[in-house]
Every structure is written in C-alpha cells, then in structure tokens.
Write a new protein. Structure first.
Ligand code: SF4
Length: 221
C-alpha cells in the first residue's frame, strides 16, 4: 500500500470525492432515502446488479409500486414480475430470486429483511456486495459495500493492492473509521461514474490528481 493516504485523513479523502460529485447519488442510495425501508433497499439492490443506475431507479419504483411489501412479493407471479423488471439485466433470474427470497424471508425471518450477513448471504440472488449494501443502506449498520467502482478507485488510489472485492473490503474496513463505512460506497459509486471512470478516468478534472498515484491507469483524460 502506498503511504500518502496513511498520512492524510481518510475522512477528508471521502469529503473531497463527495464535493466533486455533490449533485449525483447512486440509485440504491436514492431509493433508500425515498422509501426508508430495508425491503425497498433489498429489492433495489437485487435489481441493480449489472444494471445501469437510471434503469435500476425506474425498475425498482415499478416493482415497489406493484409489490409494496414482502408478502406481496412472495405471492408474485414470476412472469409478471419479470415483465416489470425489464430492461434490468437478468430480469428472468432476478424475478425468480426475488420471489424465492421473499418466501424465505417470510418463512425464516418473520417477514423482516435480515440484518446478519450470513442470513442475507443464504438468500437466493444475494452475494456479499448486495448483503453489505442492504445492511448499510437498508438497516443503517456500519458496512462497506465494495462494488466495481469502490474496488477500482481504492486500487488506483493505492489504498489497497487487491484482486478480489472481499480483500478490498477488509482493507477498507481497517482504513476508514466505522462511522464512515457507509459513506465509502455512497461517495465512491458516483465518483466512479462521473470522475474516476473505468476505462479512461477524468484525471484532469479530479481534485485528487496531485496526490493520486493512478495505479493501473493506462490512459486518462
Ligand atoms: S487522479 Fe485519476 S485515477 Fe486518481 S482518483 Fe482521480 S480520476 Fe481516479
């Protein structure tokens, strides 16, 4: 790991990134703020997998308006739900997973979205990224959700030198104070969409350009 970020405040690092994208919010964060229920966050995190933010937002709202709670979702017809989920990626699989998950949540967790990572991971269609986002945005628990943006930016900045998101999550948990864990995803997702883009980041517009080692960046704008 490089040392420049060891010396500076990690909270400050998030503050700088947040200021650069203050007009942008990731779709799941937006849904969380709008609906204020773990159920809505759970649905939107499943919808969001491999799906663009604007599609996630529109599709999540459609699904939540037709199936406003876990009971309604558990009783959904897979074909009807798949139609509502279009054009989200893997909409057929997501339809089946959401209905199965809702039934399991009703049967095993009294209809409440679980808070424990192991319980969430046991649900169909739920991986670590989804589980952590539900814990953070749905329940307000300290959790770091490492998606492709968080993983890429953390490595470019030299906060970590990792190949797998699980490794990144561990290092970031040690890097940031627990009170800032939820912010890591909230800030880095829009920053990764608007500034530190996947193929060719906007380093010329980036407030971190003077300090960032740009690890693994082959070209930039
Ligand atoms: S300087 Fe470039 S690589 Fe570094 S964080 Fe900014 S946009 Fe990303």
């Amino acid at each position: 790991m490089t040392t420049i970020w060891m010396k500076s405040s990690r909270k400050e690092l998030l503050d700088v990134m947040e200021a650069a994208v203050c007009d942008a919010t990731a779709s799941v964060t937006f849904i969380a703020a709008r609906y204020r229920t773990p159920f809505a966050v759970f649905v939107s995190t499943v919808v969001s997998l491999r799906t663009r933010d604007e599609v996630t937002f529109a599709v999540s709202q459609r699904v939540l308006s037709e199936y406003p709670d876990i009971k309604a979702l558990a009783g959904a017809d897979a074909g009807d739900l798949a139609e509502l989920l279009k054009p989200a990626a893997f909409y057929h699989n997501k339809s089946v997973s959401l209905i199965d998950a809702a039934r399991q949540i009703l049967g095993r967790h009294a209809g409440e979205i679980p808070t424990q990572i192991e319980d969430l991971l046991a649900l169909p269609g739920v991986g670590r990224k989804t589980a952590q986002l539900v814990r953070a945005e749905g329940h307000g628990l300290p959790a770091i959700c490492v998606d492709i943006h968080v993983h890429r930016i953390s490595n470019r900045l030299g906060l970590c030198d990792t190949r797998k998101p699980e490794e990144t999550e561990k290092i970031l948990a040690a890097c940031f104070q627990e009170q800032d864990w939820i912010r890591v995803n909230r800030v880095m997702v829009p920053f990764g969409q608007k500034v530190c883009a996947p193929v060719s980041p906007w380093c010329s517009r980036c407030p971190l350009q003077a300090e960032c080692p740009r690890i693994g960046v082959a070209r930039n704008r």
